[in-house]
Design a protein around this ligand. Sequence first.
Ligand SMILES: [Zn+2]
Ligand SMILES: [Zn+2]
Length: 550
Amino acid sequence: MSNSDLADIFKLYADLSELHGGNAFKIKSFASASFRIDKITDPLFGKSVQELENIEGIGKSIAQKIDEIYKTGGFKELQELMDATPEGVRDIMRIKGIGPKKVAMIWKEMGVESVGELLYACKENRLAQYKGFGLKTQESVSKQIEFIYASASFFHYAKVYQPAQDLLAELRLLECADRVEICGELRRKLEVLQSLEYIIETDDEASLRDELSACEWLEETETGYVYVGYPVQLYTSNKTNFAQQWFELSSVVAHRDKVLSAISVKASFAQEKEIYEAAGFPFMEPELRENNGEFERAAKGSLPQLITYSDLKGPLHNHSTWSDGLHTIETMANWCIEKGYSYLGMADHSKSAFYANGLSEERVIKQQEEIAKLNQGFGDKFKIFAGIECDILYDGKLDYEADVLKTFDYVVASVHSVLKMTEEKAMSRLISAIENPYTTILGHPTGRLLLMREGYPINHQKIIDACAANGVILELNANPYRLDIDWRWIDYALNKGVSISINPDAHEVNGFLDMFYGIEVARKGFLSKEMCFNAQSKEFLMAHFAKRKG
Ligand SMILES: [Zn+2]
Ligand SMILES: [Zn+2]
């Protein structure tokens, strides 16, 4: 169990305790323990009570609880509270904007015990009539529930990636499977998907079905299969039809139809490449088969060589212990050097992000001194760029005065506060940030969290046009929950000459690995190595930053 899992358990206890009107002092102590544990890098699980008590910020009672969780998988008081709370009420607690006290009112006074009932109460305008709720809260609650319902059957690409590879390996061991490949949404690298899909070549379908039924790791359902909790679809094919079927199962319908209808002579194809050849198109990678600009590009001869993970030269936009990251700059730099990267861009939070320990002007100077010192040690072979993730304030201004902004190598400008806003407000904040001469990169442009939170509304076209006019780079935030800017807008950005930076937004060294997921979706948006900012050399970046500052 990781520290962040432990932190979640203590937060849940604090919330449930508040829901049941528990002791305010105890609630507060568990909530703050949760907050602190989340920031501790050294794994706590498995340490003795004595060792735990010696860690700053962990008192005796929390130490004992951690030990109890280690030994029994939970702790008694938490279990008691869980037992006393209907599952539906626990689901209601996950809705943002209504804390435990309000949930208690919904449950105890309104008699609502599930998310569905709560939505119904909103539709009947009953929630707004309760003290402390109001129309605005009601609207936000009902919107969130509808969003939860719409997202319920989807999974993040990153979450299914490894299980999907494991299942592929399992399927390939089947006796009756001559060939097994991934197809469907997974092969198209969609950012969120509904099921894992595979095509299996076999000359004995009946025996294959029997073999599948006998698999312990695969559960059969009415509509398909389930593997470690994920829905699975299995398609079978014979050797002759395999390539065409694989192609069809890996394309959206409109793409498939356009290709197939361009083929005049019916034939059997040994490879997908031959299908495109027969249709008179260049080969299109599965992630491009979305009918989202690939044929237009093919007609112009501008289908690019898509970027790959190994093209990246270094991660930009990362957080260290200076703000809310878990590792020091030196640790992060050493990781990058070991992986063969040429640079690391540090972009800790700016001063207004107080919840994330944002940097005051004085601390900016100190951090830059630390970076300069580390850089001296690296010589020519590696460089840390001293950047900042600068909050875009409510009025669209950046979080420091010009005399501080000019000290950074580069500035990632992002919105972190007051995310609930109209398109008009969002646009005016973003456009002023883009027009600020110190902005180098626009960070996570919509603020969305996939399957969890819709971003604030923006006019993508106008934002990209403004980036083009002001020489601002667009971030593709590679955190698998964000993947923001949406890949569907990358083609437009590239056509406007706006380059894309695939930024991991790492808060610890393992966070760098998220760049992989950024690459996966960037390919869907036709991104090439040439148009990816952090696939360029250290010297290129230095020249670009210098030119911007000049
Ligand atoms: Zn951010
Ligand atoms: Zn960040």
